[in-house]
Design a protein around this ligand. Structure first.
Ligand code: ZN
Ligand code: ZN
Length: 246
């Protein structure tokens, strides 16, 4: 019922205020991201763990896991725009599972502006690749759509030639170590010439343990990548830090 009213309000508003953009996350307030969704899901007051991108208290540099040496090692830094919960999570679900990649356009500008303020400029963007079978099923790779969005907003070239050759089963129930093992040999660089000596942003929609970014970064390193920065729409956050918004 709540969802119905949310939708109804959105439609009514769209009729009354034709040029008013609704918030991408709640659809109710004025967008692209309304102030309360910014506070609830993007947490501008929090810092990001330099190791894995998790949202942490801004006076810290690393989360507990990374502080204990259990974080990704192949990336120079990982940042995530927001916390994978509530409206941001629903938004990512709509993009991925309801086949609405166009919705990413709603956040193109604020996300790109945020990214360029967080990370050093680079020669190009690499999207975490999707296996061909999965791509056939879904029709698009959301990481590639995010990379194109950064290309259009910031003029950063997209660096092609990285592929996923192993379909990986769901990682949800696996530990970080098991995930890394599961991803071993999953990625390959087809065109090392594109990678050698380059600085890049490695883009994905969500990061939890950083294992996927780590596995891709490993093959990028083997091909001579210089600096690699992970960039995601959302990350987990340290459990006890902020009460869940769901
Ligand atoms: Zn909102
Ligand atoms: Zn961390």
């Amino acid at each position: 019922m709540k969802r119905f009213w949310k939708e109804a309000t959105k439609i009514t508003r769209a009729l009354w205020y034709a040029d008013e953009r609704a918030c991408a996350f709640c659809g109710v307030e004025r967008g692209p991201i309304c102030p309360s969704c910014t506070i609830n899901y993007l947490h501008p007051e929090l810092g990001r763990c330099r190791g894995c991108g998790k949202l942490i208290m801004s006076e810290d540099i690393l989360c507990l896991d990374c502080g204990a040496g259990k974080g990704p090692k192949q990336l120079d830094r990982i940042v995530a725009w927001g916390h994978y919960s509530g409206g941001l999570r629903e938004f990512i679900h709509a993009v991925k599972f309801k086949a609405q990649p166009r919705r990413l356009l709603e956040i193109a500008r604020p996300f790109s502006n945020w990214a360029i303020n967080q990370l050093p400029p680079v020669e190009g963007v690499v999207a975490v690749p999707m296996h061909a079978a999965r791509l056939m099923e879904r029709g698009f790779n959301q990481a590639e759509v995010i990379a194109s969005m950064l290309h259009w907003e910031l003029g950063l070239p997209i660096i092609p030639g990285v592929e996923r050759i192993e379909p990986t089963s769901s990682q949800v129930l696996l530990s970080r170590q098991e995930r890394l093992l599961n991803l071993k040999g999953a990625f390959i660089v087809r065109k090392p010439g594109n990678i050698k000596g380059q600085n890049m942003w490695l883009v994905d929609d969500v990061t939890t343990t950083g294992a996927t970014l780590e596995a891709v970064a490993e093959v990028l390193r083997e091909s001579g990548a210089h600096e690699i920065y992970g960039l995601c729409l959302a990350a987990g956050l340290e459990k006890k830090l902020v009460p869940s918004c769901e």
